[in-house]
Ligand binder design. Sequence first.
Ligand code: ZN
Length: 191
Amino acid sequence: DLVSAFARLPGIGRKTAQRLALHVLKAPQQEAEALADAVRGARTNIAYCTQCFHFTERGQELCAICRDSRRDRTVICVIEEASDVLALERSDLMRGTYHVLGGALSPLDGVGPRDLRIAELVQRVQRDGVREVILAHNASAEGEATAEYLHQRLQGLTSITRLARGLPAGADLDLADRNTIAHALQGRTSF
Ligand code: ZN
């Protein structure tokens, strides 16, 4: 059961699942119980922020970012998953708030606009007088389709920007693929 449970986690294959299960069995009792408690605690103590759908502690309607009065509520960065919030926060440059869509449009997988928190985003933009929506979708076909759709829905309501696509830090120009170079050229900024 433990091996199957680990194997269901994203990015964990059967072999890694077996290694993890073996580790849990060999670990001190306390360590194994702390893991079980952490999993249980995460599910019982964490809820979704009613404004941006990032995680919040149960009992707190708004997450720590939405509660922070120094944050600019008129700038919303739209992302696919809550883990993207952590990635963007690491940059220390985001002064606005977020909106977690809960995925990306994918007709082949049956994910349509109603399956994502798009209506809630449009409502926020209209209600809070939002100046800018930053589309920070993943560089995938689904991410692009979602950005196109949001652009149509939000056009005329607010100014819409998107993250630049281009060369990763530390990358050699001659090793970059054609798409990356094309995006980097299109997204060039004045020096
Ligand atoms: Zn929030």
